[in-house]
Design a protein around this ligand. Structure first.
Ligand SMILES: NC(=O)c1ccc[n+]([C@@H]2O[C@H](COP(=O)([O-])OP(=O)(O)OC[C@H]3O[C@@H](n4cnc5c(N)ncnc54)[C@H](O)[C@@H]3O)[C@@H](O)[C@H]2O)c1
Length: 258
């Protein structure tokens, strides 16, 4: 039985993960956390009381799944590092220096970090590398993503991950080659530019389209998440994987063996 801790238990992702975990035979939910002062602290779901105290309860878990906020995740990782407990991180919006902090913590504990736990996006990441190799510099590439109106970070972590995969293949630099808007009179498109555009509205769970256009044709690779369960299921897969790993930073690529 895997003793699982879930952060942000009242959040959109945390509650979905807890619900899925409660139906899995090999998991027992032994810790649910929420932000200090949250109205759900002390309430019980799935036989577990929600607490704001990870530190005093960390020894009661085998693995911690965290989809919260960058600051909350970094605070939790420090506690997990001391307790030598593995983590599955789904939070997005980390700055570069925060990503370095996570990499350093991963020298001490095993961590899966992924901006998108769906299988579909991870398949696209693999396909994209081949596509970019084949189209070479003949096609202009832009990424358009849509999410619900409550999403805090923009553009999405997934769009950034997709862009990084393209840039790596094309040997381009994120800061030099990525733009987030086009506006004004003098806006001819440089050939090595990648645009990432964030659309926000309503309840969209998550859509990402990679558009590759030449002068002769256009390819669109699109992923649509139908529900948060697709991310939750991937995070649960990652939790099963990470409990048996050595310290290090892993991605869904390793979890899925692709
Ligand atoms: N990687 C993926 O596949 C994936 C998929 C969906 C969302 N996300 C990301 O996951 C994060 C959460 O998304 P959401 O839609 O569930 O947001 P949300 O706002 O619905 O949930 C976040 C929850 O975390 C709680 N929280 C904040 N500080 C906390 C703390 N210190 N301890 C415990 N809980 C704390 C909040 O109270 C809230 O309930 C975002 O960064 C989002 O972009 C990632």
């Amino acid at each position: 039985m895997i003793k699982i801790g879930i952060a942000g238990a009242a959040g959109k992702m945390g509650s979905t993960i807890a619900s899925l975990c409660s139906k899995e035979n090999d998991f027992k939910i032994t810790l649910l956390t929420e932000m200090q002062g949250h109205k759900t602290i002390g309430t019980e779901i799935y036989g577990c009381k929600i607490t704001d105290n990870l530190k005093d309860n960390v020894n009661n878990i085998d693995v911690y799944i965290d989809f919260t906020t960058p600051q909350s995740t970094l605070d939790s990782l420090k506690i997990l590092k001391t307790a030598k407990k593995p983590a599955v991180i789904g939070t997005t919006g980390f700055k570069d220096n925060e990503l370095i902090e996570i990499k350093n913590i991963a020298f001490e504990i095993p961590i899966v970090l992924s901006s998108n736990y769906s299988i579909g996006i991870n398949v696209i990441l693999k396909l994209l590398k081949d596509a970019v190799k084949i189209i070479k510099d003949d096609y202009d590439i832009d990424i358009v993503e849509s999410h619900h109106r409550m999403k805090k970070d923009a553009p999405s972590g997934t769009a950034i991950t997709l862009a990084k995969a393209i840039l790596e293949e094309k040997k381009l630099d994120f800061d030099k080659n990525v733009i987030y808007a086009r506006q004004g009179r003098d806006n001819e498109r440089p050939r090595d530019q990648i645009g990432i555009f964030a659309v926000r509205g309503g309840g969209v769970i998550g859509e990402h389209t990679i558009i590759m256009a030449s002068t002769g044709d256009k390819i669109e690779i699109k992923h649509t998440a139908f529900s948060r369960e697709t991310f939750a299921a991937g995070a649960i897969k990652a939790a099963r994987f990470i409990i048996n790993q050595k310290p290090g930073l892993y991605s869904m690529k390793e979890v899925l063996g692709i």
